[in-house]
Design a protein around this ligand. Structure first.
Ligand SMILES: *Cc1c(COP(=O)(O)O)cnc(C)c1O
Length: 487
């Protein structure tokens, strides 16, 4: 249940910048007012009041660097930073001549409160950190699709074309057993669409061992029932046979649902009927594989994949795009051609449809080079250790108590429960955890036995220098905090 632990541990990660509400009167006007009042008693009455010298808002906004920032981030964000810096100068925390620099320092890097983070948790697909990181190819595809794009237009003929056809073709090419494919907003939406179209007012037959909570209080049974379908539970928590399903199948059955227990494992005296055994019952078998493996993965033999499930006789497979597939958040529906076409034409499909950015990222994920998730899954533990050794030596040379240690990473994000991935980490004193999380380049690690571990399996090698820089910066701010505390 790594995902749960991670949910609570990392809830505080990365509070975004908030722009102060727009203020019409300029801070400078207020500064003059305040400056006109009696100066504090501890000030030399002969010295000019520095608050009179706080730069005016209009003058600050004429600074070309701030004008550029206003173009990039919006005028309200820049004005908020201006007000804050002016206030600090009025409060005597800042020399008036340093106000322009202070404004620049207060500005966020991006126009969104979502900040880039280095995931050093060792959880490859961290729910709180947005699950799968996109490949460079997918990132470029998103940027290119951001403007007007031919998502629903055939440029050759000038007539309307199937939305996202190239992404859908790429998906279909990767799963030969799928007669049809469709993409919706996430895995839950894929299930809702299937349940609504195939079982509203009817029964979904599901094993008692597969009534799962996917995280943060969301339970699949509740989701399914919300569509107007009824659940027909069969078997027990640990054992359910094909005969248990056969006994309740009838005209009221919408479909049989198999759910992959993707975030827990039941071991011991267990039995579960496979899609192949249920395919002959005369009703569609829908398999929610969760993690989005399209074909078997040699390192994850227990993890179900779409192609194998369809070959075994499943009519429909549903999955997430941002788990083991390593793509953007989306939900995949793969299976029988007529069935998938019916789902794609259902009125609800319009409410669940994905945007062009998702389609672009998905296609680049499917056709492009291996994803960061794929690299992280197959990283060589010896190479991970070598990275940890090198980083520890480099940081040690800066006087930082950094050690290279062995560690255990996990897949996380609802995939491959119980699979331990041998890894290596940088071990730092515990106070680094908070300093790194709140730094300019936030790094999220994990606490283990009183040390802050930065697990390198979830950090792409290309980010090692950024990681080292963040650790050095955290050390510096630690020192400053300590000096402030003593002062
Ligand atoms: C993750 C998961 C879901 C939910 O998918 P989302 O993309 O998060 O909506 C549903 N079923 C299983 C088995 C899962 O692992």
């Amino acid at each position: 249940m790594t995902a749960r632990a991670a949910d609570t541990e990392d809830g505080a990660a990365g509070a975004g910048h908030e722009a102060a509400p727009a203020d019409d009167t300029t801070g400078a006007a207020r500064a003059t007012d305040t400056a006109g009042t009696t100066p504090p008693a501890d000030r030399d009455p002969g010295a000019p009041d520095p608050r009179r010298r706080v730069p005016r808002t209009d003058d600050l906004l004429r600074d070309p660097r701030l004008a550029e920032a206003a173009d990039r981030l919006g005028a309200a964000v820049v004005k908020g930073a201006v007000r804050e810096a002016q206030q600090r100068a009025r409060d005597g925390e800042l020399a008036p001549e340093h106000v322009p620099e202070a404004v620049l320092g207060l500005l966020p890097d991006t126009a969104s409160g979502l900040r880039p983070v280095l995931n050093a948790t060792g959880v490859l697909l961290h729910t709180n950190l947005g699950r799968a990181p996109l490949s460079d190819a997918a990132r470029r595809a998103v940027t290119e699709a951001a403007g007007p794009t031919d998502v629903e237009l055939d440029l050759a003929t000038g007539v309307r074309a199937r939305r996202g056809r190239s992404a859908l073709a790429a998906l279909r090419a990767r799963v030969p057993a799928a007669g049809g494919v469709h993409v919706v907003n996430n895995g839950a939406a894929a299930l809702v669409l299937a349940a609504t179209a195939l079982a509203a007012g009817k029964e979904i037959v599901v094993s008692r061992g597969e009534m799962v909570e996917i995280g943060d209080g969301f339970r699949l049974p509740d989701l399914l029932v919300s569509t107007g379908a009824r659940l027909r539970e069969v078997g027990t928590t640990n054992r359910t046979t094909a005969a248990d399903y056969a006994e309740v199948i009838g005209p009221q059955t919408g479909f049989v649902l198999k759910v992959h227990p993707s975030n827990f494992r039941v071991t011991g005296f267990t039995r579960a009927a496979q899609a192949g055994e249920l395919a002959s019952l005369g009703v569609p078998v829908v398999v929610d594989i969760g993690s989005g493996l399209l074909a078997p993965h040699p390192g994850l033999p227990e993890e179900p994949d779409a192609d194998t499930q369809l070959r075994a006789g499943a009519a429909l497979v549903t999955a997430s795009g941002d788990k083991l597939l390593g793509g953007p958040q989306c939900g995949l529906l793969l299976g029988d051609g007529d069935l998938v076409r019916a789902l794609a034409r259902h009125p609800l499909a319009r409410a669940l449809r994905v945007d062009k950015l998702t389609l672009a990222a998905l296609e680049a994920t499917l056709t492009g080079p291996p994803t960061p998730t794929a690299h992280a899954l197959t990283a060589d533990p010896v190479a991970l250790r070598a990275r940890a050794d090198r980083l520890a030596a480099e940081l040690g040379a800066h006087g930082i108590d950094a050690r290279a240690v062995g560690s255990t990473a996990t897949v996380g994000g609802g995939g491959a429960p119980g699979v331990d991935l041998p890894s290596a980490a940088l071990s730092l004193p515990e106070p680094y955890a908070a300093a790194l999380r709140t730094g300019r380049m936030p790094v999220v690690g994990r606490l283990e036995a009183g040390r802050c571990l930065l697990d390198l399996r979830s950090v792409p090698p290309a980010d090692d220098e950024r990681l080292a820089g963040a650790v050095r910066a955290a050390r510096t701010s630690d020192d400053q905090a300590a000096r402030k505390g003593r002062a």
